[in-house]
Design a protein around this ligand. Sequence first.
Ligand SMILES: Cc1cc2nc3c(=O)[nH]c(=O)nc-3n(C[C@H](O)[C@H](O)[C@H](O)COP(=O)(O)OP(=O)(O)OC[C@H]3O[C@@H](n4cnc5c(N)ncnc54)[C@H](O)[C@@H]3O)c2cc1C
Length: 410
Amino acid sequence: MKELHTGQLYWPTTRSDSRPYPALKEAATAQVAIIGGGMSGINCAYAFSTAGLDTLLVERGEIAEGSTSANTGMLQYCNDTMLCDLIDQIGKTNAQLFYKRCLQAVDELEQAAASLPVSVGFKRRSSLYFASTEQDLPKLRKEYEALREACLPVEFWTADEIAKHFPFKKPGAIITHGDAEVNPFHFVNTLADAAAKAGARLHEHTDIVRHEKLPDGRHRLHTSRGHTIDADYIVCAVGYEPEELRSKLVQSNMNRSYSIVTQPMPEPLLKQWHQQWLIWETARPYLYMRTTEEGRIIAGGLDEGIEQPVHSEEILRKRGEQLLDKIQSLFPDWPLAIEYRWNATFGESRDNLPFIGEDPALPGVYYSLGYGGNGTVYSMIGARTILGLLQGEYASHPLPFIGIRTSATS
Ligand SMILES: Cc1cc2nc3c(=O)[nH]c(=O)nc-3n(C[C@H](O)[C@H](O)[C@H](O)COP(=O)(O)OP(=O)(O)OC[C@H]3O[C@@H](n4cnc5c(N)ncnc54)[C@H](O)[C@@H]3O)c2cc1C
């Protein structure tokens, strides 16, 4: 079991009334058993139960307390790999298809959020993707042309246009329309309640320790307390711990990313941040930032190639200050102070695409592993794709390039 974050998280402080779900205390059966109660698992539970599938979900800890609670809640269709690079990687047709599918997933997340009885902080926002240096400008222009050719909703802003809308100067930026923000912790907990209402059985404090293939082709999961779950299909939405069920399953790199949240900013200052757009940049690792419903700034970055989140208060404080300096350089007159800071494990696949689909070695076992900076968008693609595959909607995977890649298949 991995430690996924250290420090003080912000999102769990915005919600005090999460409903507890009982641990599994007896043998159970289901059509689909989902392992993992984060963004990916709960999106599946909601999609499956509302589509009428007999669904059971188990979570080792509590709903949304894994990397979902450390997430910055930026929902963007542009990925860590620029479209112009993805075209070189998987071809123009597939790359454009993938980017368009990501934009559609933001719409699907909006529909899911709108179906909930309370607001979960979902708001459509545009994004400002600025060139970190003059040297990055030609690449940014190339990316703009690639996005435009794919008919995605984009603009290119010059340095003057940026300076008219923000208190900082940058050489140029792509503006993507159609992105969004959400409170990921509130969203996932509220969606879990909606899934339960639609008939999904949710069990917290239920740890799956073993999987067994039954002679009739079905699957049996064993919990650490000695109970079993028999299911036609298994969906592993286990986040950054896929090796627990089958070692060396996916090809991924584990890093850690730092995040901070400032105190709420006065309304007149927030007006200097054009329409509360999401902001990120071409540098790698990149700074990513947005505002919250309370007028705070939440920002992340300074990624390091180390899996284990940091325990040193001193390093956490130092990195927090570095992030704050980066924000301060963009908004020099703002009285910024850090109120929350944390460090979290962050998984990236080696080709920067998620892992969504059936295990090539275990028919009936599916994975929804949204590795990369767009994990929430991928979790929706995972839920809808796996539902379609279970319901026989497609003859084969609609986006085969995001299927399960192992050392054996690559
Ligand atoms: C600092 C940071 C910022 C991020 N910002 C963004 C962002 O702005 N936008 C975005 O889209 N994405 C972002 N992400 C990525 C996003 O957080 C993740 O992709 C997403 O939350 C993953 O959700 P998940 O459900 O796959 O994983 P998790 O939330 O980790 O859920 C997996 C769950 O599975 C459970 N589990 C694992 N093994 C077992 C087992 N054997 N039995 C029972 N339960 C088990 C775990 O306890 C865990 O709760 C960010 C990530 C980090 C770390």
